[in-house]
Design a protein around this ligand. Sequence first.
Ligand SMILES: [Zn+2]
Length: 331
Amino acid sequence: MAKEAAHGIAGHYVRDQPENDWHKVTIEEGSGGTLRWSNVAGRSWSLEFLNNGDELRSTKDCPYGEQKLEIQRDGAGKLVSLRFNNEVYRREEKHGWEYGHEEHWPFLGDPKVQSPVEVPKKGGKSPLPGSYSKMNVANVENNGHTFQVNYKDAGGEVDAGQQTYKLVQFHFHSPSEHTQTGYAGWTDEQGKQYPGHYAMEVHFVHTNGTFKGDPQTAARRQDLAVVGVFIREGAHNPELEAIWKESPDQEGKDTSLAFDGINASKLMPANSNYQTYQGSLTTPPLSSGVNWFVMDEPIEASPQQIEKFRSVMKRNTNRSIRGRLSSGAQR
Ligand SMILES: [Zn+2]
């Protein structure tokens, strides 16, 4: 791959008008002198070079037929953008956004309808209108912000309004993003206290039938439902252990899980009371239109398991609280 590496093609690219799941593509070095090209939904194609590396061609199964990608460079020869299917893709900065710098996050949501919020501890509804089963997992990735477990097929579903939403992935935050009224809180490894926060929170991300790929785009069409479960320090959690064992320590890596399926219900609390409200994504672009379900009761993980996640992420991975949900209320 000396030729491709020299041309600096590998990386993440974003399109200016992100209205479908092809707004973001990744080009990476494959095996045997090829480049692999994929979108956020994980669909991928191989590429070959034309014209000494300034044009690329997808070689098979491209959704638009055989396509040429033109590589555009500045005067110094530095790659500026890719043109594909009459759309221009620009290289995305590593991360694009960082925890600890919320003031710089790109924002596309409704400022009045934002997550996370403080939720009441009691008075929720029950049971959760969802069901989960053991389903095949595609991979677990470390995207620099979290460990994310992606399902091959829907791993369960939840109903919100008139619609059914299918579970496509789940991921983690530490400390928890939502807070709970009256909860004493959690203390981190440095002794810092987080009143109302649990040590962690897992988010089960569901999409409805019109979902095509990128959850961040989907939320703008009100296609998402997220179930949040608090995790407190306590007993060792065997389900979590199976995931942690496969979670890459390095950002940008993913691995196939060594076990054939995972049952999301094993990461749900026994008590199925929940609070529900209309909110947003908690990561950029912070889109509104997310149906939130926050479970009242936490599950547990050992201090060592919590520390494992935190030491890989190296920083807090929660957005600051945006408001408070009053008892029994919905917004
Ligand atoms: Zn999340």
